[in-house]
Every structure is written in C-alpha cells, then in structure tokens.
Design a protein around this ligand. Structure first.
Ligand code: C2G
Length: 131
C-alpha cells in the first residue's frame, strides 16, 4: 500500500486541482490531502478563502482520488505528517519546486508535478470581477 500526501488550499475547486489530485493518486494507492485551515491561509499565506475549511473539506472528500483529508495548520507539520501517516511520496505542484526537498531526509519521495496552465483561484476571482 503506497501512501501519498499533498497539501493545499483548494479554494473554488477547479480542474487544475483535480488534475493534481488525479496525478497524485496515480503515484500510489492511498492519497492524504492536508487542507490549509482558514487561519493558516490568512496568517501564513495571506489568502482569504471564498469557502471556509469545512466546505473545502467536504468538496475534497467527494473526489474519488482523495482517501483522507487532514488539516494543514502550519508549515512545520509535514515532517510529522509523513511519519504519522506512513507516507511514501509527497506530491505538490511545481510552483513549489525545491521547497520541500528536506522531506527526502525522512525517506520520502518528493515529486513536483507541472501545474495546469491558465487556471487558478485568483484567475477565477479576477474574471468574475470583470463581468
Ligand atoms: N495546482 C495546479 N495547477 C493549477 C492550480 C493549482 O497543479 N492551475 C496545484 C498546486 O500546485 C497545488 C494544488 O494544486 O499543488 C493546490 O493548489 P493551492 O490550493 O493553490 O495550494 P497552495 O496555496 O499552493 O498550498 O504547504 C503547501 C501549501 O499549503 C500549498
């Protein structure tokens, strides 16, 4: 049973997120998604989510590729998460290229996947504001 983990905000869920989750799941048998809490988003990523945590969690749990959703509350928890959930592979979009290589020291494979072009939550918000 190969276990994969990824992290993110996943606000205004879109096909770029789904492409990431599908490819992440294809790397193993079990996918954990660590979902950024509203506090973490605001305090550490200066992101104000449209959907609060519970609704973003519900949306993710409805996706066939996702097996478990846990809260992401800080930048440091990745090292303990990979131990606690017996993770073999960490996956994230290549906008984070190189940022999480330290997880290799925990015996975890680190994979950066190409982002899906032309779509982002920010782009959606901007387009809607222009209408
Ligand atoms: N993503 C993608 N293509 C897009 C948009 C997003 O592949 N067009 C990927 C991102 O690279 C990330 C995941 O989808 O792997 C979730 O994106 P965000 O919600 O923007 O995640 P982010 O705010 O980058 O949070 O500790 C890590 C952070 O929590 C990552």
């Amino acid at each position: 049973m190969k276990r994969v983990i990824t992290y993110g905000t996943f606000d205004l869920l879109h096909y770029g997120h789904i492409n990431l989750l599908r490819r992440a799941k294809a790397l193993g048998d079990y996918l954990v998604v660590a979902l950024s809490t509203d506090e973490f988003n605001w305090n550490m990523k200066q992101k104000k989510c449209y959907f609060p945590y519970e609704q973003r969690k519900e949306l993710l749990e409805a996706i066939r590729y996702v097996d478990l959703v846990i809260p992401e509350e800080n930048w440091e928890q990745k090292v303990t998460d990979v131990k606690e959930y017996h993770i073999d592979t960490f996956v994230i979009g290549d906008d984070w290229e190189g940022k999480f290589d330290f997880l290799k020291d925990e015996g975890v494979e680190v994979v950066y996947l190409p982002r899906t072009p032309e779509i982002s939550t920010t782009q959606i918000k901007n387009d809607l504001n222009r209408q």
